[in-house]
Design a protein around this ligand. Sequence first.
Ligand SMILES: Nc1ncnc2c1ncn2[C@@H]1O[C@H](COP(=O)(O)OP(=O)(O)OP(=O)(O)O)[C@@H](O)[C@H]1O
Ligand SMILES: [Mg+2]
Length: 342
Amino acid sequence: MDDIKERLTRYSITEPFFKEYPMVGEIIGHGTYTSVYKMHSKNDKVAVVKVIPLSIYKTDDKYKEIIKKFDNEFSRLEKIKGQLLLIPLKYEIRSWPDGNGTDILILMEFYELNLKTELNNYNFDFSEENIIDTGLRLCEAVEILHRQKVTHGNIKPENIFIFHSKESDESKYILADFVITQPEHVSIKSQEAINATSKYAAPEIFLREKHKSSDIYSIGILLYQLMNNNLVPFELEIAEDKKAQIKEAITRRKDGEEIPAPHHCDKYSTLSDIILKACAYKKEKRYKSIKKLKASLKGAKKGKEKVPRGDIIRAIAAGLLLILVLAGSIYFFVVIWPTVPN
Ligand SMILES: Nc1ncnc2c1ncn2[C@@H]1O[C@H](COP(=O)(O)OP(=O)(O)OP(=O)(O)O)[C@@H](O)[C@H]1O
Ligand SMILES: [Mg+2]
């Protein structure tokens, strides 16, 4: 058993935090600094716990500071609890049994599917309509965050869960990992770590700056990938060393090389323009707000919408009527009027 699972098992025996989900299950995955495990209830319900180990915060003061930060953020998040955002159920901060570190434990709902696995398995409808809809859904979730003055800063497919409702047969996207579930929040994410995992990060994120337009940029890169054979800008489908190639692609983007139009967009198409504007290198050239990006995507959707047949027939009938009236008037003024005696 690895160290983290061993600690989790010890906590789960003694901590009331795990009362509802006392059994530690399998690992779901690791982030750069995090590990996510399944937790089971006695009646087979599943949740997940994210563990952020902090071996650097041993002093009492730092410990108190983190707790305060978490308490503040938690009450802020309570306000935006809703269907589009994954807000943790609760959190706890625990000392390691050997006293050499601290674990932040965050309990969350479990989601079976995320966008990354769907894309890896090509289990995604890559039609332009669905891509625009995906962009709109992300904009809606991010809009809620931005309204609360929260910047996500790490929008990527691993952090987008998919919930399929059997009742309505509809899928929802749920955006996760903003503020407290991010290790960055407790300032431990290093420069190299950002480099290795940042296929979607805006150039300024590498300089440790983040603002609302960084989220617009990440949505832009994600939409770009969807329109570009599932590849982010400068990523090659086949490469000898795939990891190194992705790193190179990230670096080219980060250094400001102009991003070409996505493969499946006509060079002059509206969607191509929207995507390239969202991921402009300079933040001043991007959409000024998520609302503006949403409005453009809505416009593109309208352009794509098929005009109902009834509307076409009505338009033709109106056109014919107009021609008839015009022809009648011309006939009257040119042929009949000159023959009328003064
Ligand atoms: N609530 C959840 N339900 C299901 N899977 C989850 C949940 N939370 C995280 N995961 C999965 O666990 C894995 C690790 O997630 P984590 O958030 O720790 O790191 P990450 O998002 O992959 O990357 P990083 O945080 O380093 O940028 C990911 O595959 C993620 O999709
Ligand atoms: Mg994550």
